[in-house]
Design a protein around this ligand. Structure first.
Ligand code: ADP
Ligand code: NG1
Ligand code: MG
Length: 472
């Protein structure tokens, strides 16, 4: 394996990085000692391939410049001491060998330190496999500038930073794919059953490139983007805390039930198969467009009730709850299987098309590529709005303003609020577009007068993945 397979450990930290300097001062003030190292993990924006990762289909994200930074030092006892530079995230400490992550009660959301503990636990659960049982504690101070609950993956950057810090403290090899896989599994301790896109790009991102990420096993292939094109992120300012509602898991569950029902209706064993991608390629062995036709043929109803499904599968309600549902979707009584499955398959066809366009880019056809990608973005948003029902009126408003201006955009991340990502053909268009959004969206809605609009709507370029810096 070449060096690129491992998280880089830099012998010096960037003395010009104001956030590192600020975090070091905070760490020393709070813990009365120097940090030993810093961890930096970026947020991400997904260009296309939304809500398909947990069905085992590939996605196309890139890392953004906003990130989670940690300052870390080992302790002499077995306690994790956690402090956050933002006072709204209160301090917390616990014994490292006694980590408990309770999923939040319905309607409330998990406290921030639980995301951190997910990452720590993911590594601690793995360490015995490489023969390390000694779990000493550590001090950690956190500084983040990824807008939270905005679809830019602040939660996963936090989980991945904790996993990376723990892995480094325990001298584990810092293999990117392994850390991404462990972080993806461990974020599920929080309650949401995500697919792994966010943790994969957090580790595998490359400056200058979006990545095509595939799953089981996680792997990444760089994607070339049109050279003059600029991606813009605009935050709708409607917050969507994914672990606070059952919306996200309801979609995961609907995809799982759609998979099993389609397997049953095509006379395949349905008990083992969990993901649409698995059913398509491993069980049915058909291409995506043929799979789309099978969904249309067999999943004919707009709504399937729980009782109807119990009757079709010939199982008890207890078995249905156990096999199909998650703790926070236990009360679900209706499922939209056709719509969700169609979105997943059609979105994956758009990902395939996006990759073909990107592969064919040369200096003579860049404008065509921007136009073709723009069309895919618009179609993706329509599908997320109508078939997947995970948009939000604020997002739709931003999309409409963009459309009137002549720029295509889509919601990015899980949705139900958060950000859009838009594609501009040049920096000139980008500047005019951002001014238009400020005039027709941000000036018209109530947002905190103290908030800096340049942090809410901004152009973004693909950044590197996770890094470690040894403190000077
Ligand atoms: P997203 O991943 O789209 O930003 P989530 O709802 O998945 O949204 O996660 C948001 C949660 O992540 C926040 O409520 C908070 O608990 C945690 N989080 C994000 N940024 C920070 C931070 N800088 N410090 C502590 N916790 C954070
Ligand atoms: P965000 O935007 O971070 O909530 C979630 C999932 C992803 C993916 C997207 C939708 C987690 C940690 N992240 O992202 O895996 O399913 O939604 O494409 O669950
Ligand atoms: Mg998240």
């Amino acid at each position: 394996m070449d060096d690129d397979s491992f998280v880089p450990v830099h012998r010096k930290c960037d003395a010009a990085d104001e956030r590192i300097v600020e975090l070091r001062d905070f760490f020393i003030k709070e813990f009365h000692k120097n940090p030993e190292f810093f961890v930096k993990v970026p947020g991400r924006v997904n260009i296309i391939g939304e809500h398909v990762d947990y069905s085992n289909y590939g996605v196309c994200p890139m890392a953004i410049s906003q990130n989670i930074l940690l300052a870390v030092a080992s302790s002499d006892d077995d306690i994790i001491y956690m402090k956050n530079i933002q006072s709204k995230y209160g301090k917390f400490k616990c014994i490292i060998n006694n980590i408990k992550i309770e999923p939040p009660a319905a309607g409330s959301y998990p406290l921030w330190h639980n995301y951190f503990l997910c990452g720590v636990k993911g590594i601690l659960d793995y360490l015995p496999k490489i023969g390390d049982h000694a779990h000493k504690g550590f001090f950690v101070a956190v500084s983040g500038n990824i807008p939270a609950a905005a679809g830019l993956s602040s939660s996963s950057a936090l989980v991945c930073s904790a996993a990376l810090a723990t892995a480094y403290l325990y001298k584990m090899p810092l293999n990117k794919e392994l850390l991404a896989t462990l972080s993806a599994s461990s974020e599920r301790f929080i309650g949401t059953q995500g697919g792994g896109m966010d943790q994969a790009i957090a580790f595998l991102a490359k400056k200058g490139y979006a990545q095509f990420i595939e799953f089981a096993p996680i792997r990444a292939t760089p994607i070339r983007l049109p050279s003059d094109a600029v991606f813009v992120i605009a935050n709708s300012l409607a917050e969507a805390n994914k672990a606070a509602t059952s919306d996200f898991n309801q979609r995961v569950v609907e995809c799982r039930i759609a998979t099993k029902l389609l397997a049953k209706l095509t006379d395949r064993p349905w008990q083992e198969v969990e993901k649409l991608g698995q059913l398509q390629s491993e069980v049915l062995d058909v291409e995506l467009d043929e799979f789309e036709q099978l969904i249309k043929k067999h999943l004919t109803k707009d709504i399937y009730t729980k009782q109807e499904l119990i009757d079709i599968f010939r199982i008890s309600e207890i078995e249905f709850d156990e096999k199909m549902l998650t703790p926070n979707t236990k009360n679900a009584k209706e499922f939209k299987l056709r719509q969700r499955a169609l979105h997943v398959v059609q979105e994956s066809l758009r990902v395939e098309r996006f990759r073909e366009i990107a592969d064919a880019i040369d200096e003579d056809n860049e404008d065509d590529a921007v136009e073709q990608i723009s069309e895919l973005l618009s179609k993706s948003h329509n599908s997320l709005k109508t078939l997947y029902e995970c948009s939000h009126p604020n997002l739709d408003q931003l999309i409409n303003i963009s459309k009137e201006f002549g720029v295509s955009a889509r919601l990015t991340g899980a949705g139900w609020g958060g950000c859009i990502v838009a594609l501009c053909d040049s920096i000139t268009t980008c500047d005019r577009y951002i001014s238009t959004l400020k005039e027709f969206y941000y000036d018209k809605i109530k947002h905190s007068k103290n908030s800096d609009l340049d942090e809410i709507v901004f152009a973004t370029e693909p950044q590197n993945g996770a890094e470690i810096f040894i403190a000077d």
